[in-house]
Ligand binder design. Structure first.
Ligand SMILES: [Fe+2]
Ligand SMILES: [Fe+2]
Length: 309
């Protein structure tokens, strides 16, 4: 299709078989795991008998911030599901996928909270207060179309996978349960990313112009899903300084590989608007790279080992 005649309805029809195929592939490689089996329950202690203290589980600020932000992000799941279901009509396999996805995301907050409480890696009061504030705000991305949704969630699942994986790597070696929990969560995020990435490939084949415009919009406005968390910016800076996740990761490990896989620079037959959107997208990429380089230069001035914030 070489022009932007494809609305969401046509895209839904054209992607029906791809969604069914990718959902089958997802279900055939289950890598199944049970949340309750991951936790060292015998190591838990009542917070009533012994209130939490940071010395219970010493951690650099950035690692603690990352666990807190990543867990609260998973807590916000009901709102993401609501937002995504708007683009998953009844009777379409996207509905089945979204329900499967919701079930998998749900175990992330469960297992992370169980681990956090037993290991005492987070202040349980701050965690509960953060959960209430985050959920009362109900701040989630609201992609305007199916094309926008596919682009956003592809980027977001990859970004989330990196954040969980890099947090796991910074936990003390002795916390085998914590490393295993975050590793399993990161594994699920990888599978979610693969689903959306390959759905994106199929959508680009159907309507490259609509997808290019959507991708350009989503990259220009991309926010990690935790922006509604209290003091999110402060936590995000700590997380970036710890080298867990920051703009550099977004550019190098999320955006560049996805643009390459979707072969965005070589797409042919784009409408005039889509061609302009691709130019804007590539200009955004250049700007983001420059921002990352400037931050790296500032980090060098701060001293050896400093990470860009
Ligand atoms: Fe998750
Ligand atoms: Fe996910």
């Amino acid at each position: 299709m070489d022009s932007e005649t494809t609305g969401d309805e046509t895209l839904y029809d054209a992607l029906r078989d791809d969604v069914a195929r990718l959902l089958d592939r997802h279900l055939e490689s289950p890598r199944d795991w049970m949340p309750h089996e991951q936790i060292a329950w015998g190591e838990g202690e009542s917070f009533r008998d012994r209130p939490w203290s940071p010395e219970d589980y010493p951690l650099p600020d950035g690692v603690r911030s990352s666990i807190y932000v990543n867990l609260l992000t998973e807590d916000n799941l009901p709102y993401y599901t609501t937002s995504i279901l708007r683009h998953a009509p009844h009777g379409h396999p996207l509905r089945d996928w979204t329900q499967q996805w919701t079930s998998e995301e749900n175990r992330h907050s469960m297992v992370m909270r169980d681990w956090a409480h037993v290991s005492r890696c987070l202040d349980p009061v701050a965690l509960e207060e953060g959960r209430r504030a985050q959920m009362a705000g109900a701040h989630v991305p609201e992609p305007a179309s199916l094309a926008d949704l596919v682009c956003y969630v592809t980027l977001q699942e990859k970004a989330t996978q990196i954040a969980h994986r890099n947090t796991a790597a910074r936990l003390p070696k002795e916390d085998r349960a914590g490393r295993a929990v975050l590793g399993l969560v990161a594994g699920d995020e990888t599978k979610h990313f693969l689903f959306y990435r390959d759905l994106g490939t199929a959508a680009f084949a159907v309507d490259p112009s609509a997808m290019t415009r959507a991708l350009s919009r989503q990259v220009a406005t991309f926010e990690m899903p935790g922006v509604g968390i209290p003091q999110f910016t402060r936590h995000a800076v700590r997380i970036a300084r710890e080298g867990i996740y920051g703009l550099g990761h977004f550019v190098r490990d999320v955006l560049e590989p996805v643009l390459e896989l979707w072969d965005v620079t070589a797409l042919e037959g784009l409408s005039r608007e889509a061609s302009q959107a691709r130019d804007d997208l590539l200009a955004t990429l250049v700007h983001l790279r420059e921002t990352v380089e400037r931050a790296a230069a500032r980090a060098l001035l701060r001293g050896p080992g400093a990470q860009p914030a």
